[in-house]
Design a protein around this ligand. Structure first.
Ligand code: SF4
Length: 310
């Protein structure tokens, strides 16, 4: 079989463990990282350094491109929004806001006129899956069979536990999950065998690495991000304003976190910007502890079966 192994790498511990496992098996493979444009610089650096530190293959960077979607949305604003009597000033503001920003995450939100949420999880599919799938597709177009290695583990959630180790969504595409039954100890051990530290963000209080922040970030993580990386909170504040401008109305969904994340948002049913969310994240047990008391289940995890977001 003319097959090619393609590993989806995120900079997190599980996909890194899978990369190291592929090296230990001595197989030829390609490794692909989909940059969401909302990654932490430490993760980007970790990905850059991984081949140098391990002697493994280079990691190919892929990104989504929303230039065409932005052009299409501008036409919708000029045409459909005008017919819907959206005020002229709002149409002009939205068109002005719809400039490609160089940050795929932001462009995606502008195109949707909203941020993704735990109920509308379009970010991982459009920012992670599709760019990686394009790599698969181009190999399949060349007549190759793609073995898509996915670094997910059953321990992480019931949904992942229900996945098979291998399945074939198409005759020439196989999803392979070689560390599905691994424990966290095994993940840590393979890093140690290769003299490799885990992504330093774990040591800094993050439960997962990837987007900074992620729509699934927990209360404790948001607090840590605000303490350690205030520039990422500032970035979100700027993005919220830009998405609001690109949206048809000042929708509740033009805030990074859904309005029901904080007690105030749930009570008032009004959007809570990142600053309000950070204020809430800094409250202790006397504040709302809803997220702190939840296990890291599917509600707080990317639903990607691919594990392209950790
Ligand atoms: S699920 Fe989180 S890490 Fe994945 S693309 Fe969305 S925000 Fe980024």
């Amino acid at each position: 079989m003319n097959k090619t192994n393609v590993l989806s790498v995120s900079g997190g511990k599980d996909s890194t463990a899978m990369y190291l496992l592929a090296m230990e098996r001595g197989i030829e493979f390609r490794a692909v990282f989909a940059d969401t444009g909302n990654e932490h610089k430490i993760t980007l650096e970790y990905i850059r350094e991984l081949p140098k530190r391990t002697g493994g293959p280079v990691i190919e960077w892929v990104t989504a491109d929303f230039a065409e979607d932005i052009s299409r949305k501008k036409r919708v604003i000029a045409d459909k929004w005008a017919r819907e009597n959206v005020p002229e000033w709002k149409r002009e503001q939205a068109i002005a806001a719809l400039q490609p920003s160089g940050h795929q995450f932001l462009d995606l939100c502008k195109v949707h006129g909203r941020f993704p949420s735990t109920r509308a999880r379009f970010c991982s599919s459009e920012l992670k899956h599709e760019p990686i799938y394009r790599v698969h597709e181009s190999l399949m177009d060349q007549g190759k069979t793609v073995i898509s290695w996915q670094g997910v583990r059953a321990e992480e959630s019931p949904r992942r536990a229900a996945l098979p180790e291998m399945d074939w969504p198409a005759p020439n595409l196989c999803n392979y999950r070689p560390i599905l039954r691994w424990t966290l100890d095994e993940v840590v051990a393979i890093h140690a065998r290769h003299g490799l530290e885990l992504n330093p963000l774990y040591q800094m209080g993050m439960n997962r690495v990837g987007c900074m922040p992620c729509i699934h970030s927990r209360k404790s993580e948001i607090k840590r991000i605000a303490e350690l990386f205030p520039e990422y909170i500032e970035k979100v504040e700027i993005w919220e304003e830009q998405v609001r401008q690109a949206a048809k109305r000042n929708e509740a969904t033009a805030t990074f976190f859904a309005q029901d994340v904080t007690p105030l948002g749930r009570k008032t049913k009004s959007p809570q910007g990142i600053r309000e969310v950070v204020r809430w994240a800094k409250t202790g047990p006397g504040g709302d502890v809803r997220q702190l008391t939840l296990d890291l289940g599917d509600d707080h995890q990317c639903l990607s079966a691919m594990g392209a977001c950790e």
